[in-house]
Design a protein. Sequence first.
Length: 317
Amino acid sequence: MKALPNFLLPNSKKANYIKIFSFFFSALFGLLLLGCSFLSLSLHASSNGPINTLSNVNKILQDNSGFIWLSGQQGITRVDGNENITFSLSNLDWPLPFSWVHDIDIIDNNLLLATESSGLWRFNPRNGQVIKILVNTSTQSYYSVLAFKGDFYISASSTSSTKKDLYRFNPITNQTTLIHGDINISKLVHSKNNLYVHSRSGLYQLINEKLVKVIKQPLTALTALSNSIIAITTTELIKLTDNGDYQTLSHNEKISGIAKEHSTNNFFTINAQGIITKYNGNSLNTIPHNYNKSSAVYIRDAYHDASGQLWLSSSKG
């Protein structure tokens, strides 16, 4: 494996890649996944090719050093102003013992990787090294991972159905606990005090080691704020706080994307027409912003980074 070049270490300056720029950068917009691929208005030199060659990107995340990471069928890709580096089984320069990464989360200064067929791994973003985490699950096909209150929560394929099983893993004791079996899990999120499971049939909250349904309608998007979650149904925007307060706002949009604003409790939604709306996370009132309309696509993931740039991944199908 190559050593990571010095200009890619955390103090390097990030350049402008596929992004929707705020008014501070006076560009219209950038990041989109169209037809399951990335589209960029300006492509830079890359060690593994431009980002618009990536397909099926499921998760966008910024690490503690400010790098943007993309996970998907290609493996995991680090976006930087000088080079993009994709770590995967097929890349001899930056190899991993697997390729398809469904989900990523931050733990300390490392990343947790939930893989298609190789279970859970801890990835060191400074040197590209990975360590297998031995979780005792019925399969090694992991779709979601979330670090919360010292434990790792994992959704894995079930052997008894096409649904998934939800596990908790304690990295101190190495103990694995099955919380709930045979459930359709789309996403795991957490606020400061609570963990939530987005299922096809609604939203569950983990209460006293059991999943309790707190929203009965199917969701189209979900994100967590500091002390609450924002859930989108076909007709309502729902805010559920850690104290149990419940607030709704009616809407008539087809919303598939949502992202928390970095360092605030505000959030953005993206509808089927590509219209971006910003909300005050406390009052749910709309507030002005300077992002332009994106393309009319279904949003897989949305992320607002520390520099004020809004990243979108999408798929037509």
